[in-house]
Design a protein around this ligand. Structure first.
Ligand SMILES: NC(=O)c1ccc[n+]([C@@H]2O[C@H](COP(=O)([O-])OP(=O)(O)OC[C@H]3O[C@@H](n4cnc5c(N)ncnc54)[C@H](OP(=O)(O)O)[C@@H]3O)[C@@H](O)[C@H]2O)c1
Length: 262
């Protein structure tokens, strides 16, 4: 019988920014698939509860401190995972941040925070991990994107620039590292309720406004990302690289109804 191409049990994954939100969701999906995990946060304490939850799913969990704005921290974190597990098969390059402000109010430091975290951080984490993957001639790198990879949103200028940059970076890295058996793709979620955007969800009427513009009629919930994650993390995507996969309920296809309302 041929092997299930989605089977990733026994592999090792590094999930950055797994203390909460989508990162913790990605870690749970990988743990359910039997993947041993290195999970990161800027504080070890924030990883205590997530690690317990993940270990209860029967996999090994290694807690690692990582600040993606600090190059030495990236090197130390990746070295620690290699020391613990000997390899990294899958990188879920998820850590990220946002600052929501009208473009006229964005400050120099807002720009630096977002771009350093979401774009420079994604690149240097991928580079450090790819150094090891390239020696094994195998790797699955999944960079976090967003619907802002392909669409413009007021109040999200620097964030959108960081995600558009990630989409482009993903294409270039796919080309750079294909010869090493490493695929590089971008998983781009739509709107999911997490700490990062709960301020929007708490605004009266905003969820209705949003749902009106999503073809599938609802915001995302963490389980909605699992299928795309397992595809991009496994051999089922062996011939897919450089791609950005939108998991957004369809909001990126265009949000304006062009027929007359009934
Ligand atoms: N929620 C959405 O609708 C949505 C949609 C598209 C894309 N995304 C992206 O998906 C990712 C996860 O988002 P989320 O909504 O789950 O956000 P979140 O709840 O705010 O979680 C962000 C994660 O990133 C980590 N992080 C932030 N800055 C970091 C840094 N400098 N170094 C290392 N880790 C850092 C945080 O870790 P600690 O604070 O514990 O250090 C935390 O684990 C982000 O990249 C986000 O931009 C989210």
């Amino acid at each position: 019988m041929s092997k299930n191409p989605f089977d990733i049990s026994g592999k090792v994954a590094l999930v950055t920014g797994a203390s909460r939100g989508l990162g913790l969701g990605f870690a749970k999906s990988l743990a359910k698939a039997g993947v041993n995990l290195a999970i990161t946060s800027r504080s070890l304490e924030s990883l205590e509860a997530p690690a317990k939850e993940l270990e209860a799913l029967g996999v090994k969990v290694h807690k690692v401190v990582l600040d993606v704005r600090d190059q030495q921290s990236i090197k130390d974190a990746v070295a620690s995972v290699i020391e613990k597990f000997g390899c990294i098969d899958i990188l879920m390059n998820n850590a990220g941040c946002n600052v929501r402000k009208p473009a006229l109010e964005v400050e120099w430091d807002d720009w630096n925070l977002i771009l350093e975290t979401n774009l420079r951080g994604v690149f240097f984490v991928a580079q450090e991990v790819a150094r090891h993957m390239s020696t094994k001639k195998y790797g699955r790198i999944i960079n976090i994107g967003s619907v802002t990879c392909v669409a413009g949103y007021a109040g999200l200028g620097p964030y959108g620039a960081s995600r558009g940059g990630t989409k482009q970076l993903t294409m270039s890295l796919a080309h750079d590292w294909g010869e090493y058996g490493i695929t590089v793709n971008c998983l781009a979620p739509g709107w999911f309720k997490t700490d990062q955007n709960k301020v929007m969800y708490e605004q009266e009427g905003w969820v209705d406004y949003l749902c009106e513009r999503i073809p599938l009629g609802r915001p995302g919930s963490p389980g909605d990302l699992e299928g795309a994650l397992l595809l991009l993390a496994s051999d089922a995507s062996a011939y897919i690289t450089g791609q950005t996969l939108l998991v957004d309920g369809g909001i990126s296809v265009g949000a304006v109804r062009a027929t007359v309302a009934k």
